[in-house]
Design a protein around this ligand. Structure first.
Ligand code: F6P
Length: 319
């Protein structure tokens, strides 16, 4: 093996740059060449590929976004796209790859391995919705961005005795909402994984007001409904002077936290070690603070398990 290709795919996540840097620098340290593939699988098919030199990885560990750009490219599910991608790998003499992205990206990664190009997947998404890893790259930064936003919202909520419903990202997963909600001392956290009902939440808000709370925060996972819709339905149960707020794509940007940088660096270097030992088709994760690998096929049959006890904990301590 002489050349490793690296791509980032799907929604970007803070810490992706740290992962790209670690893969490329570790490859260089092992006497290999690293090639950056721009715009994920779309760039692979288009041949948007360039050699990385050590200086390209300067000043990136601290930056959000991805220096390799990203794209969602469902077309890579078709063999025609895969074969075009393989032609480009041959053209650039790339022998193996590291794909950094969400679980959708792992399908492409597995196809490449099946075509004889060992590929390792690193979990890069703010959603934390990948099976067999406690954390994904970008999750910690996104949660911290939410906590900062929620603290600011809390200030204005308190000044005006208001209720705020704040929608956070996470697609179908409630991890971002639970971590942000517990951290912000939310009155309620509403996620798609758990049953909830509006009347109970409205009563809780009323009870908390009666207990002396001067403002209320509901953290809502986007997979449930929009904040605006939630506020409308909530107002059927009383006048809460409620406001809707959607944090949105702000959660995807910003400088990665130390946790994301370190985790991405560890995972990136490990991916190169795995490729050097001839492995492919594996997804790297972190479980109980240890690097682990799982067969990508096993990921497709599994579902990410959110730490639902956080929601219960919040219920117990938010009165
Ligand atoms: O997967 C990351 C994520 O930010 C989700 O939380 C969100 O649902 C989705 O991407 C938004 O995608 P897009 O940036 O393509 O609108």
């Amino acid at each position: 093996m002489k050349r490793i290709g690296i791509l980032t795919s799907g929604g970007d996540a803070p810490g992706m740059n740290a992962a790209v840097r670690a893969v490329a620098r570790k490859a260089m340290a092992e006497g290999l060449e690293a090639y950056g593939i721009n715009y994920g699988f779309a760039g692979l098919v288009a041949g948007d590929i360039h050699k990385l030199v050590a200086a390209d990885l300067d000043n990136v560990i601290n930056e959000g976004g991805t220096l390799l750009y990203s794209a969602r490219y469902p077309e890579f599910a078709h063999e025609e796209g895969q074969l075009k991608g393989i032609e480009q790998l041959k053209r650039f003499g790339i022998d193996a790859l590291v794909v950094i992205g969400g679980d959708g990206s792992y399908h492409g990664a597995l196809r490449l391995t099946e075509h004889g190009y060992n590929t390792i997947g690193l979990p890069g998404t703010i959603d934390n919705d990948i099976p067999f890893t406690d954390f994904t790259i970008g999750f910690d930064t996104a949660v911290n961005t939410d906590v900062e936003a929620l603290d600011r919202i809390h200030d204005t909520a308190l000044s005006h005795d208001r209720t705020f419903v704040v929608e956070v990202m996470g697609r179908g997963a409630g991890d971002v909402a639970m971590w942000a909600g517990v951290s912000a001392g939310a009155d309620a956290i509403v996620i798609p994984e758990l049953d909830w009902d509006m009347e109970t939440i409205a009563n809780k808000i009323k009870r908390n007001r009666a207990n002396g709370h001067r403002c209320n925060i509901v953290v809502l996972a986007e997979g449930v409904m929009s904040a605006a819709e939630f506020v409308e339905k909530l107002s059927e149960y009383g006048d809460f002077d409620a406001r809707a707020n959607t944090i949105g794509h702000m959660q995807r940007g910003g400088r990665p936290t130390a946790k994301d940088r370190v985790m991405a660096s560890k995972m990136g270097a490990y991916a190169v070690e795995l490729l050097l030992s001839g492995k492919g088709g594996l997804a790297v994760g972190i479980q109980n603070n240890q690097l682990v690998t799982h067969n990508m096929l096993d990921l497709f049959d599994s579902k990410h398990e959110a730490e639902l006890s956080l929601s219960k904990l919040n219920e117990e301590i938010s009165f």
